[in-house]
Ligand binder design. Sequence first.
Ligand SMILES: [Ca+2]
Length: 210
Amino acid sequence: MRPTLWVLSPFVFKLCYGSPYNPLLTSYNLNTNQTATSPLYYHTNRSNTTYTPSPQNWRSLPIYTVLLDKLSNGDPTNDDFFQTPFESDPGSPGSSGGGTQLRFGGDIKGLGDERVLDYLEGMGVGVVYVAGTVFVNEVWEGDGYSPLDFSVIDPHWGTWEDWVEVVDRVHGRGMNGQLKGHKNLLKGTFEGIEQVGTTFGSMNCKVLVW
Ligand SMILES: [Ca+2]
């Protein structure tokens, strides 16, 4: 196990149990209650919580679906955040990497890149729909369809402050946003059960507006 992964492994383990406050994950954990022992007591206090009203008719707007990992890499430093062989691992002679490249490295800063927004706005996009979820996924899942915890943003995609900024930029271009919220795909990697999805039905898949 690589040294960094060894250091981070306790945090990954804790993520699977509801992500109690951890000072090293402050930028990623939605919860800011340092004493909460249950998600029932989580709370947050973030800047810019202004609500942006929805358009009158979502169906009148062209929707562009984005896979964050594949769109644009705005911050290469988060590509291999947990430094496992299962993320963005190009491999190299003499390294332990396997060259998997399971993740491309796209992220929130990439979405918020002015050139990307020019591209979207220029096509007449009215709604940016982020597929998968922005929440922490299994390290090898770059599509966002294996969420582990709905209170932690995936570090491969950036911080909550990055998210607030990109929401402002998208709205500033006159576009709207939607997130997929599929609780039915929540992975059961907690309590020692791995690779087993939850038993939530498909009706638990919701679209969230941002
Ligand atoms: Ca990146």
